[in-house]
Design a protein around this ligand. Structure first.
Ligand SMILES: Nc1ncnc2c1ncn2[C@@H]1O[C@H](COP(=O)(O)OP(=O)(O)OP(=O)(O)O)[C@@H](O)[C@H]1O
Ligand SMILES: Nc1nc2c(c(=O)[nH]1)N=C(CO)CN2
Length: 178
């Protein structure tokens, strides 16, 4: 069915930036399916997707390489509801939560939402580890416009300068969406 772009997205909508990763199973298909599921939600529109990157595992080394990407969304949902939808997508894609930083069929992290600062166990915004991860920043760099109004462009630029030369990350393919 064709998407109704006049949906409940006209007022009070936010731009949200998310990171996606997968290192088990059919990684590319999983990420494509995650984007499709998000875009199918009546209150979420996927605006842009980054290139795909293959990345060395960070944090827990003894696991397969990841495919990572980022996406920009427009949504009428508040941050906690958006995170719930993202977790539901992870679960539908077969995510099992066991080893921290360990292998996963699909991992969706909420990075940034209109510059909001939130600190609770369930949700921290901006994502507390985004600024130290090439596997987040390099895909994010693809989808954050130069004139992004809430400070994310500056955060990405400054973090990449701070981190120096990128390593453990190679471009794998073009955007999976649209
Ligand atoms: N910005 C956020 N995005 C996603 N999850 C978050 C965020 N802030 C807090 N959380 C919480 O973190 C918990 C663990 O998430 P998850 O299993 O995706 O972590 P992880 O991928 O192992 O590690 P990392 O958060 O470093 O990527 C979730 O249950 C979620 O409630
Ligand atoms: N390369 C890479 N490494 C990771 C990733 C990821 O998405 N890509 N996710 C993790 C869980 O937060 C831990 N380590």
């Amino acid at each position: 069915m064709k998407k109704d772009t006049t949906r409940n997205l006209t007022s009070e909508r936010s731009e949200a930036y998310i990171a996606l990763g997968a290192n088990l199973g059919r990684r590319e298909e999983t990420l494509r399916e995650a984007l499709r599921m998000l875009n199918e939600h009546p209150e979420i529109e996927v605006l842009r997707a980054s290139d795909l990157y293959e990345t060395d595992p960070v944090g827990y080394a003894d696991q397969p390489p990841f495919l990572n990407m980022a996406a920009a969304l427009r949504t009428a949902l508040p941050p906690d509801k958006l995170l719930s939808v993202m977790q539901n997508v992870e679960n539908r894609l077969g995510r099992v939560r066991d080893i921290r930083f360990g292998p996963r069929t699909a991992d969706l992290d909420l990075l940034w939402m209109d510059g909001l600062a939130i600190s609770s166990e369930e949700l921290t915004l901006p994502h507390p580890r985004m600024h130290e991860r090439f596997f987040v920043l390099i895909p994010l760099d693809d989808v954050v416009p130069q004139d992004e109004p809430s400070g994310l462009r500056l955060l990405v630029d400054n973090s990449l300068i701070e981190l120096g030369e990128a390593s453990g990350i190679v471009r794998y393919g073009g955007p999976l969406f649209p």
